[in-house]
Ligand binder design. Structure first.
Ligand code: NAP
Ligand code: HSE
Length: 588
């Protein structure tokens, strides 16, 4: 299957420090869950390049150019490595790439070279294993093996050069401004307009400090396009071969007030990310049981509520449900949906057990319930299924859907006792509040039910789930001795008049496509009627992967509301224009 390739370039204005990496991960994850392959190109963080250059100049007024090139490139290398670590924490399958591995050749002067060639086939084959690749921008190597820089702002050039070589569908240069403006919008009192598109020559004239001119020239020579955009926004300015057009003025999208139900493994991760993104989100309140525990963790007391009625009296823009399946969760989620307030839920118990009531509440009010985090953690299973179902019928679906069981079986394969391995999974935040949900197969069963409904648009007729017992743990150890691995696998198969599900333990060769999911990682394999198959992988449990999926839903809601606001304004302006025309006609 032909997959979209997106090149994302993160500049030093959006990667100011390590604290900005999770926001960059959210942006990458947005495209990953859309099914794209992503080449991420990074600059050095913040003022790293200037600091390194100052150090070089402290030692010598005109430092050796080759040594300086080596020194400055360490900034991009550090950024790439740290972003790789942040992606791994969030459970996004990523690989940091050295420019040498992909034959990124350059020529020219040591501090201001031009890219000459890159082995795009190497990048394409890396995508087979890792849908996200991270490349340090700004430098490549000459034929005689020396490291040369691509000039000031050279990571832009690395990105557009790689995008052209890969024939990428999009090349998005992420900056601290949401596009290219007539003049600097940060100047107090100025209200310049943003361009929706710019011809190359106009981009060279107005976008000098924002995009490296050599990068614009590269686009012009190749007739390709690149976008300048900010993190998490739906719009951009596109530099391309066609005419320059100014964009309509967009309304400011206010930060969304978010109510969080539950501040445990998932809810507290979401809370921390909301605090880190004040431009987009404001925590409005949180429902918990033990107020003192959360005050001790520095959550302000005025945000904490322990009574359902108290949170129902709040007026959030959106609600995050990170509660275990319980009456409180269903009453609150249904209540907010009925009031027309969107909900993002990680709670698969709620999604399965209250499906009819939730559908009814949404139908009545038009509110949207998003639940990507309920299945697969950071493996975007629901999105992959929806995309596959649009392409054509699905004939098979199988997956590793419970992170705790996968983790425990792996530990048992290496000699751990079942109860010890389970205690470790609980301590790491993988297991449910009631871990018997994981061990009995009930958790995987619920996830299979959700996936089947998304895939086939109908409920499973039945699901049989086998529990994880001491005998299974012993079999895992035996399988390992024989060179295979024992996994809890969830499958659906067609039966008379519908689909039935099965959660059981299967011995798997190490080369099996699902065997890629080790530890708490999850994987899903889909087969379509034309024989095409798709695999999605991610960390299936734990704070950061689940938070990643919740944040993706929140950011999607934010973008969609922004788009709706824009449409509403365009409609209002249209009505105003229409009535002005009418009045003009009437008065002449
Ligand atoms: P958790 O760590 O046990 O946290 C649950 C939170 O809910 C706690 O803050 C708890 O308050 C609060 N809570 C529980 N019952 C409550 C009640 N009756 N009234 C008010 N507050 C209540 O659970 P979690 O691991 O974050 O999981 C949350 C949800 O996400 C579950 O539905 C789970 O299935 C789902 N999920 C979890 C993961 C994961 O890896 N952990 C992954 C995907 C989905 P106190 O802190 O005051 O006790
Ligand atoms: N307890 C679940 C698991 C959490 O281990 O997979 C993620 O849904």
């Amino acid at each position: 299957m032909q997959q979209t390739i997106v090149v994302l370039k993160f500049g030093s204005s959006v990667l100011r420090s390590v604290d900005d990496l999770p926001s960059a991960v959210h942006e990458i994850y947005r495209w990953y869950r859309d099914g794209s392959r992503i080449l991420t190109v990074v600059s050095a963080m913040g003022d790293t390049t200037e600091r390194l250059l100052a150090q070089a100049c402290q030692l010598a007024p005109t430092p050796d150019v080759h040594a300086t090139a080596q020194l400055l490139a360490t900034g991009e290398r550090a950024s790439a490595a740290l972003l790789g670590i942040a992606l791994e924490r969030a459970g996004v399958p990523a690989r940091v790439v050295d420019p040498r591995e992909i034959g990124l050749m350059v020529s020219g002067s040591p501090l201001d070279s031009e890219p000459v060639s890159v082995e795009s086939s190497r990048l394409l084959s890396m995508f087979d294993e890792h849908p996200v690749l991270v490349l340090p921008g700004f430098f490549g190597h000459t034929e005689d093996g020396r490291l040369h820089l691509l000039g000031r702002g050279g990571s832009d050039l690395s990105a557009v050069f790689a995008a052209t070589a890969l024939r990428a569908q999009r090349c998005r240069l992420l900056k601290d401004v949401d596009g290219i403006y007539e003049s600097d919008p940060a100047v107090p009192g100025s209200r310049p307009r943003r361009f929706s598109t710019l011809a190359y020559e106009d981009a060279l004239r107005v976008a000098g400090p924002l995009i490296q001119p050599k990068a614009v020239n590269h686009l012009a020579v190749n007739g390709t396009a690149a976008e300048v955009a900010a993190l998490a926004v739906p719009h951009e300015s596109v530099v391309h071969s066609r005419p320059t057009v100014l964009a309509d003025r967009l309304p400011e999208i206010p930060a969304k007030r978010v109510l969080i139900l539950g501040l445990g493994t998932v809810g507290f991760g979401v809370y921390q990310r909301l605090l880190a993104m004040p431009q987009w989100f404001t925590p409005l309140g949180a429902l918990v049981r033990d107020r003192a525990k959360h005050e001790a963790a520095n959550v302000p007391g005025d945000l904490l509520h322990t009574a359902e009625e108290a949170v129902l009296s709040l007026d959030p823009d959106i609600v995050v449900d990170a509660l275990p399946a319980c009456g409180v969760s269903s009453r609150l989620v249904v209540g907010f949906l009925r009031r027309g307030i969107d909900v993002v839920s990680a709670n698969k118990g709620l999604i399965v057990d209250e499906a009819a009531m939730l559908a009814d509440a949404q139908r009545g009010s038009g509110a949207v319930l998003r639940f990507s985090a309920a299945v697969g953690g950071s493996a975007p299973m629901i999105e992959a299924l929806r995309a596959a179902a649009k392409r054509g019928p699905l004939i098979a679906l199988s997956g590793i859907l419970n992170g705790t069981c996968n983790f425990v079986l792996e530990r048992c394969a290496h000699g751990a006792a079942l109860m010890d391995a389970l205690a470790e999974a609980q301590a790491l935040g993988f297991a449910e509040a009631d871990p018997s949900e994981d061990v009995s197969g009930r958790d995987a069963e619920r996830k299979l039910r959700i996936l089947a409904e998304v895939a086939f648009g109908q409920r499973l007729l039945s699901v049989k789930a086998d529990p994880l017992t001491d005998d299974i743990a012993a079999a895992a150890s035996e399988a390992s001795r024989r060179g295979s691995s024992l996994r809890q696998v969830s499958r659906v198969r067609r039966s008379h008049g519908g689909w039935i599900g099965r959660v059981s333990f299967e011995s798997m060769a190490r080369e099996h496509p699902l065997a890629i999911a080790t530890g708490e990682w999850n994987a899903l394999l889909l087969t379509q009627s034309d024989g095409r198959s798709v695999r999605v992988v991610g960390r299936g449990a734990g704070r950061w992967p689940t938070t990643e999926a919740v944040m993706a839903d929140l950011l999607e809601a934010h973008r969609e509301n922004g788009a709706a606001l824009k449409e509403k304004i365009a409609f209002r302006d249209g009505v105003v224009r229409q009535s002005c025309r009418y009045m003009t006609r009437a008065s002449t």
